[in-house]
Design a protein around this ligand. Structure first.
Ligand SMILES: Nc1ncnc2c1ncn2[C@@H]1O[C@H](COP(=O)(O)OP(=O)(O)OP(=O)(O)O)[C@@H](O)[C@H]1O
Ligand SMILES: CC(C)(CO)[C@@H](O)C(=O)[O-]
Ligand code: BAL
Length: 409
């Protein structure tokens, strides 16, 4: 997808990510290790913000300079799907904050909080590939500063040049906010067993109990709570979420509308398309749990959802008679059939074809984009719907969805 460039708010000249913002003693700078010699290329480094006071100073400075801020909330273990969200935000706004926080509150005590992949070094080096390399020469002006000037924001260890060579201070279009659980939940206490949790939580009743919420009853309370906190902390002008977690993104739009949030507003909370592997499998941090044999089976979810969309498309385009139109039940049955067929195939398949892999259907559903109600009876045309599902491949739970009648940003 090509994301159109939109001019940044109130900047008098087009924003250049590497153009220093003049006149500040507390600007965020990004130091760049460079090789000596003409025209060498350097990998930029990403400033990491750990505390609320640091974040607030950084945000205040952005506000004073009228620089728009986009936020990309994540739990880390980054992949190309996350990077596409960051690229979109960086294309549209002069400053982007990626948040990296594995949020205990959205994991039930039985879920995978302790094993969830945490790999900050790798995440930072992947993120640095989203920043343009700086082409420079040995005659570049040098600035010995190697921290983010004035704000006490450190660069991550792995990004310190060793040995330091002529670092050049530049403004960073991208910073990472990686808070500890104590920063995000200052009352501390129980965060997973919500029956014993003391403190604030945010409940989006009526939208949080169905589909993903039916399978993961505390998931959306945890997501809504942490995103409210992240939005309060970052005060983003815009926020970016992935279609892969479509119910989450739509529910957060409803939440910011109902809480009257202004940073971001509901219309500035953007949903971007799912990034997929060539097999169709939606990229997901949890794909790292899959064995090579399970990876052969995992794309079945996308195939199953595609079969429902194909059925919808074939009936709405070929049949003018409303009597013959497809029903929500038909779409669910089509996707379910594809999963059951794969289960049957696996019973007699060789190991190299996924034989021995356990595949279980959690749910497949067609739901209305606006109400989250399951679609039943004749689907008709012009309705905005989501075909969504979840499967277990071995001990890993995977989700995916496709849209009917509408598109994301
Ligand atoms: N394949 C993808 N394409 C586009 N956006 C994605 C993709 N995967 C995740 N995202 C988005 O990235 C943001 C952060 O998601 P998160 O850190 O949970 O990663 P994840 O891959 O979804 O992890 P998990 O496997 O735990 O679900 C969310 O808005 C999510 O929808
Ligand atoms: C939105 C989110 C970062 C909240 O923890 C998480 O649910 C995710 O990564 O999708
Ligand atoms: N991508 C949503 C985060 C979760 O599954 O916990």
């Amino acid at each position: 997808m090509i994301i159109p460039f939109r001019p940044c708010l109130s900047t008098s000249a087009p924003f250049s990510p590497f153009r220093p913002i003049p006149g500040s003693s507390t600007s965020i700078s990004l130091d760049v290790p460079i090789k000596r010699g003409m025209g060498s290329i350097a990998a930029p480094r990403i400033p990491v913000i750990r505390t609320l006071p640091q974040l607030r100073r950084w945000r205040q400075e952005a506000r004073e300079r009228k620089l728009e801020v986009g936020v990309v909330p994540t739990m880390g273990a980054l992949h190309e799907g996350h990077l596409n969200l960051v690229r979109a935000s960086m294309t549209r706004h002069p400053l982007t904050v990626m948040t990296l926080f594995v949020n205990p509150m959205q994991f039930a005590p039985t879920e995978d909080l302790s094993s969830y992949p945490r790999q900050l070094d790798r995440d930072l080096s992947l993120l640095s590939t989203t920043l343009p390399s700086l082409s420079t020469s040995s005659s570049s002006s040098t600035n010995p500063s190697r921290s983010v000037r004035g704000l006490g924001i450190s660069e991550h260890e792995s990004f310190r040049p060793n040995p330091p060579q002529s670092p050049t201070a530049v403004e960073s279009p991208l910073v990472v906010f990686a808070p500890s659980p104590e920063v995000m939940y200052p009352l501390k206490g129980e965060l997973q067993d919500l029956g014993r949790h003391k403190g604030v939580s945010v409940d989006v009743k009526g939208w949080a109990e169905v589909m993903e919420g039916a399978s993961r009853p505390q998931f959306f309370k945890g997501v809504a709570t942490v995103c409210t906190k992240l939005f309060n902390a970052v005060e983003p002008d815009h926020a970016y979420f992935g279609q892969k977690d479509i119910q989450q993104a739509l529910l957060l739009k409803i939440m910011v509308q109902d809480l009257l949030l202004s940073h971001p507003t509901s219309s500035n909370l953007h949903i971007l398309p799912t990034t997929r592997a060539p097999s169709g499998l939606a990229l997901s941090s949890r794909n790292a749990y899959l064995s090579k044999f399970e990876l052969l089976v995992a794309p079945v979810l996308h195939r199953a959802l595609s079969s429902a969309v194909d059925l919808y498309n074939s009936t709405t385009t070929s049949l003018s008679n409303e009597e013959n139109q497809v029903t929500g039940e038909d779409l669910v049955a089509s996707a379910t059939r594809a999963i059951l067929d794969e289960q049957e195939r696996l019973l007699s398949a060789s190991e190299d074809d996924g034989g021995g892999v356990e595949l279980r259907l959690d749910y497949v559903e067609v739901f209305d984009k606006h109400t989250f109600e399951p679609v039943r009876g004749k689907v008709g045309t012009g309705r905005e719907m989501v075909v969504a599902g979840a499967v277990w491949v071995g001990t890993t739970r995977l989700i995916d969805n496709l849209l009917i009648g509408w598109e994301v940003d």
